[in-house]
Design a protein around this ligand. Sequence first.
Ligand SMILES: Cc1cc2nc3c(=O)[nH]c(=O)nc-3n(C[C@H](O)[C@H](O)[C@H](O)COP(=O)(O)O)c2cc1C
Length: 204
Amino acid sequence: MYNVVSIYSITNNNYRNMKIIGINGSPRINGNSAQLLEIMLKQTEQYGASTKTYHLNKMNFKGCQGCSSCREKGNCVLKDDMNVLLKEVKEADVVILSSPVYMWQMSAQTKLFTDRLMPLLKSDYSSRLVGQKLLMLYTQGNTNCSQFSTYFEYTKNMFSFLGFRVLPPFVAGGFHHENDIQKYPNIIQRAKQSAEAIMMADCI
Ligand SMILES: Cc1cc2nc3c(=O)[nH]c(=O)nc-3n(C[C@H](O)[C@H](O)[C@H](O)COP(=O)(O)O)c2cc1C
């Protein structure tokens, strides 16, 4: 019943032109996080979304320099690839940010990106975003998907503070080798369903 309703709703609403940006924070370009991200993006494309993928590890950007001038001006003093990502985030309807869990947290590449999102805030800490949704996609070695839920919740609150409408995170575990995802058709199926839910989500 749920699937019938969701497909009906997706094909009969105006989400067809949705722009979705996938950002992969794993250094493994063909790893589990990247593959799950691509599966989700492909699924949204089936419903008319346009998508783009960026791999943080291939991009050239530094950590935040802490000057805080971005909150006055809306842009960063650093001239590097992060400006491409900031523009994409501002123009997107949905951002899917995938990261492996490294040492109970997001990867360093993903954290570097996150710190550089400061230009999304104004000097009074209100947001320059206009309703963009964000979904965190985490992969981990641990098969217990609740193991790091405290951290995921904390991170969700941080992204909400930045002004994103944050969707429930997608968490999948049991990955060690790059291609382990292929052993788990049930997780692939869950990722596709989660992608459909993104197309449906009005607001969280
Ligand atoms: C440096 C490092 C730290 C890791 N820390 C954790 C961890 O704290 N908890 C966990 O469950 N898995 C941990 N893992 C395993 C990865 O989260 C897991 O293999 C992930 O799916 C890799 O994603 P990828 O294939 O997209 O690179 C770690 C892996 C590495 C390389």
